[in-house]
Design a protein around this ligand. Structure first.
Ligand code: S3P
Length: 448
């Protein structure tokens, strides 16, 4: 839905070739964290390349409500004057995190060890999502919470006035939960330890170290053991947000699928905890190359070049790779539909609790467009028809999920009949320039 709640139906038509450069927006995960850690530092953090999608704007507004001074200087340049660890003021009103699970879960963690009471809410998608995964660990610090049945928003959290340190093993692969516990641990005397059995995106750990916290990660038989020393004084930073590999996924996949395409997608972060899709595509036979590989701000980066790849084959995606491409399975399933043979995706239960149940949403839309899909609780298989053989012609429900909307629109750029979505409004949460970027490359997407 658009910000004013009116659905925005869209249709994508067979088009192309896609050519030129695709400059995708800043990384969503890093943008949220820049604002939150900036708000917890003492002094002014400067951020360039911030993603100005609705999710991140909601986090910026929240940080203001907690007492930080957040300024938009234009052109993706922002600054945050922080209040220091433990310095959050009690907001006067409800904190509305819109569509953003990352926003709400990270902020809940950050406030959980401050002596304040905060009520959180979100849109219809966010208010269906499970929050017990955060309220369980923050209860160990001494925070209390009351929400709707099933641990859903709206929810009020009473932060712990005298928090005690915690040792916590994250029960599901979730960077949001890991990060919530680490952010809570900031305002606790002593050491907070978080253990994750599978590596998830490590931006919080990298940024905490950058802001001057004492944090270490050790690989053990138990998993990754992350230890954070509480009550540091976080020092303000100058942050350049890399461009988002999860947004790059859409023009990359579109170029692989649309006949004759050759697209360069510059300055993409290739942190190994995020780059699983690109490895998978190359294993399927995609003509996807990394140019100008380098390290910037401690993060591996490259310019990606994607060319039309009509001979891709279905593969079994290793389940241990899931966390590094969890947001990319919807668009991978569209590529899989245009590859030859089965693409098998296992160990992906988390897809069922994203902005929508992404296995269900993609399976229904793909089937409506002539693609066979099998599914179970934590797995699905897409039966590929080969390049250009997806019939298309149907309208897909997006359930307020930006990545479902963009995935089907990418599918419509190479299907035999156009593919429509009932509502592309949620695209603005993470990739507000998606339509102009795709049309700039030569793809036809219309509001219908
Ligand atoms: C994110 C973590 C992932 C991902 C989300 C962003 C983050 O969620 O799906 O888009 O920035 O920490 P989970 O922690 O639920 O896996």
């Amino acid at each position: 839905m658009s910000a004013h709640g009116t659905p925005i139906p869209m249709t994508a038509y067979a088009s192309g070739p896609l050519t030129g450069e695709a400059h995708v927006p800043g990384d969503k995960s890093i943008s949220h964290r820049s604002l939150i850690l900036g708000a917890m530092a003492v002094g002014e953090t400067k951020i360039s390349g911030l993603l100005e999608g609705q999710d991140v704007l909601d986090t910026a507004k929240a940080m203001q409500a907690f007492g930080a001074e957040v300024t938009n200087h234009g052109g993706g340049n922002w600054s945050v004057k922080g209040v220091g660890v433990g310095g959050f003021a009690e907001p006067d009103n409800v904190i509305d995190c819109g569509n953003s699970g990352t926003g709400v879960r990270l902020i809940m963690g950050a406030m959980a060890t401050c002596p304040i009471t905060v009520t959180f809410t979100g849109d219809a998608s966010l208010n269906k999502r499970p929050m017990a995964r955060v309220t369980d660990p923050i209860a160990l610090f001494g925070a209390q919470s009351v929400g709707r049945s099933g641990g859903r928003l709206p929810m009020t959290i009473v932060g712990a006035a005298e928090p005690t340190p915690v040792r916590y093993t994250v029960p599901m692969p979730s960077a949001q939960v890991k990060s919530a516990v680490l952010l809570a641990g900031l305002n606790v005397p002593g050491e907070t330890v978080v253990i994750e059995k599978e590596a998830t995106r490590d931006h919080t750990e990298r940024m905490l170290a950058g802001f001057g916290a004492e944090i270490s990660t050790v690989e053990t038989e138990e998993g990754r053991v992350i230890t954070l020393k509480g009550q540091p004084e976080l020092k303000p930073q100058d942050i350049t947000v890399p461009r988002d590999p999860s947004s790059a996924a859409f023009p990359v996949c579109a170029a692989l699928l649309v006949p004759g395409s050759d697209v360069l997608i510059p300055n993409i972060g290739l942190n190994p905890t995020r780059a699983g899709l690109f490895t998978t595509l190359r294993e399927m036979g995609a003509d996807l190359t990394y140019e100008n590989e380098r390290v910037e701000g401690g993060e591996p980066m490259a310019d990606l070049r994607a060319k039309y790849s009509p001979n891709m084959k279905g593969i079994t995606v290793p389940p241990e790779r899931a966390a590094s491409m969890i947001d990319e399975y919807p668009v991978l399933s569209v590529v899989a539909a245009n590859a030859t043979g089965d693409t098998v995706m296992r160990g992906v239960k988390e897809l069922r609790v994203k902005e929508s149940d992404r296995i269900d949403a993609m399976a229904k839309g793909l089937r409506a467009n002539g693609v066979e899909v099998e599914e179970g609780d934590d797995w699905w298989i897409v039966k590929g028809l080969g390049a250009g053989n997806v019939p298309g012609g149907a309208t897909c429900e997006t359930h307020l999920d930006h990545r479902i909307a963009m995935s089907f629109l990418v599918g419509g750029l190479c299907s035999q009949k156009p593919i429509s979505v009932d509502d592309g409004g949620a695209i603005a949460t993470s990739f507000p320039i998606f339509e102009t970027l795709i049309s700039g490359l030569g793809g036809k997407i219309e509001r219908t």
